[in-house]
Design a protein around this ligand. Structure first.
Ligand code: SAM
Length: 455
């Protein structure tokens, strides 16, 4: 298998306690965008000196600015079913947790989607537990159909990323035919003995089947895959090197690595006792990991959820995070329930702000919140996306689209304060567009939007 445990331990041993000079030389290499070896990454992972850490953050910030400009993509999760046959030790949906489980009817899916559209969302991550009887692939496909066709007066969901359990090539083909965005699956932990301990007597307990799910997804024609580790289960240094090996494996075999990486940290959940996890990730190591991922994989989107506090999210946006969720509920039917004053969750969340509040802060910090889904709609996925990103030309596409979707959001969903904050940044950013033809096109589109035209 492509995660070689002994090799990872050897690298970590060989690179432990790196000197300031060793760290500096890796950062120099990263600055030149030469590509980093596993050993280079292990050196950064084991940097402890405050001065070295600040240099890592600062380089990550520069790379982020260079590649993503000021854009931050915004999305929300949609939980449709909490039926689950697995017994994942860390999860509130585990089989041993006895609560009344349910899945949304299509009418309820419509209701949830309409609430999400009213918040201004255009991009969702579809979430559900694994249950081959109660939540079949046909159910997932029906949910996708329903989401894509549910339109509000001024909104529609334009991209649905899907986070369902590892499955077969046939099922991935069905998902692909429905036009999903990214197929997301977290490895949870790459450390096989821990993986097996965390998934006792579960379908999900087959480490190799889970690990090779992206191979099957790619064989089925899905070319955007989103990885993740549930930080807190095992040694984070081991997990980061494994992510690199997994990414290299996909690049070598299919020509394209991860489209995104998510960095969830273990949270409290029903039946989960955080005290029994020796590898809980502290803030310092967490920041270091986000910055190193940004340096090591400059073109891979980094996703941060509302598991993190507003302060942590604000800080990590500086070091590399490029996508955040907003206004999230992690419970089945959670958006409707929240409107009715109740709240149900898969795990504890720590940023309860509405999308408008989050957008205001992003604008104050100089970012352009983006609801853009154009790459996906224009078929710029997989290696086509990566080539455009690596050539640097993506900014001519992303920047105007981000500006236009921000304009659309403020006109359709914002309040006066948001509108004014957004106009300041929109006006200055349009002037910064370097190509005259694109600048003029963007200006015209913004004017058309003011008079009611939508994409
Ligand atoms: N059923 C899908 C599967 O088997 O991969 C995953 C869907 S689950 C809704 C999404 C993710 O939530 C999981 O992959 C896991 O990483 C994360 N999760 C579960 N329990 C968590 C907890 N206590 N704290 C933080 N994240 C958690």
């Amino acid at each position: 298998m492509f995660i070689n445990h002994n090799y990872i331990y050897e690298i970590l041993e060989k690179t432990k306690c790196p000197s300031n000079d060793e760290i500096k030389s890796v950062l120099e290499k990263a600055k030149k965008r030469d590509g980093l070896s596993y050993e280079d990454i292990a050196v950064l992972l084991q940097a402890e000196d405050e001065k070295d850490l600040n240099e890592i953050y600062s380089l990550a910030g520069e790379i982020k600015k260079d590649i993503y400009g000021k854009r931050i993509v915004v999305f929300a999760p949609l939980y449709v079913s909490d039926y689950c046959v697995n017994n994942c030790v860390y999860c509130g949906y585990k089989r041993d947790n006895k609560f009344s489980r349910r899945k949304l009817t299509m009418e309820e899916v419509v209701q949830e989607v309409k609430i999400l559209e009213q918040m201004g969302h255009k991009r969702l991550a579809l979430e559900l537990g694994e249950d081959p009887v109660n939540a079949t692939i046909d159910y997932v496909l029906e949910c996708l159909d329903t989401i894509y066709k549910t339109q509000n007066a001024n909104g529609e969901i334009r991209r649905v990323n899907v986070n369902i359990a590892a499955t077969t090539v046939e099922n991935y083909k069905l998902l692909n035919e429905k036009g999903i965005g990214t197929y997301i699956l977290f490895q949870e932990t790459y450390h096989q003995p821990t993986y097996e301990k965390m998934h006792p007597k579960s379908i999900k307990g087959d480490y190799n089947y889970h690990l090779t799910s992206f191979d099957r997804a790619m064989e089925a024609g899905i070319d955007d895959v989103g990885a993740g580790v549930l930080f807190g289960l095992s040694d984070p240094r081991f997990e980061v090197l494994s992510l690199m090996m997994h990414n290299n494996h996909l690049e070598e075999k299919y020509g394209v690595g991860f489209h995104t990486i998510s960095v969830p940290r273990l949270q409290e959940a029903s039946g989960v006792n955080l005290e029994s996890y020796p590898y809980l990730l502290n803030d310092r190591m967490f920041k270091k990991i986000v910055a190193i991922l940004r340096i090591a994989l400059p073109f891979t989107g980094l996703i941060l959820s509302t598991r993190e506090t507003p302060a942590m999210r604000k800080e990590l946006l500086k070091y590399g995070v490029s996508q955040i969720s907003a206004g999230s509920s992690t419970g089945v039917g959670g958006y409707k329930e929240r409107e009715e004053g109740r709240d149900i969750k898969q795990f504890k969340t720590n940023d309860e702000r509405s999308p408008i509040e989050i957008l205001k802060e992003l604008l104050e910090d100089g970012y352009i919140p983006s609801y853009c889904t154009a790459c996906y709609r224009k078929g710029r996925t997989g290696d086509r996306f990566m080539q455009l990103a690596k050539s640097g030309n993506i900014k001519y596409v992303c920047e105007p689209n981000a500006i236009m979707t921000l304009q659309e959001f403020t006109l359709d969903y914002g309040d006066k304060e948001l509108y004014e904050k957004a106009q300041q940044i929109i006006n200055s950013e349009v002037e910064n567009i370097q190509r005259e033809d694109i600048k003029n096109y963007t200006k015209e589109s913004l004017e058309k939007m003011q008079s009611g035209k939508r994409d």
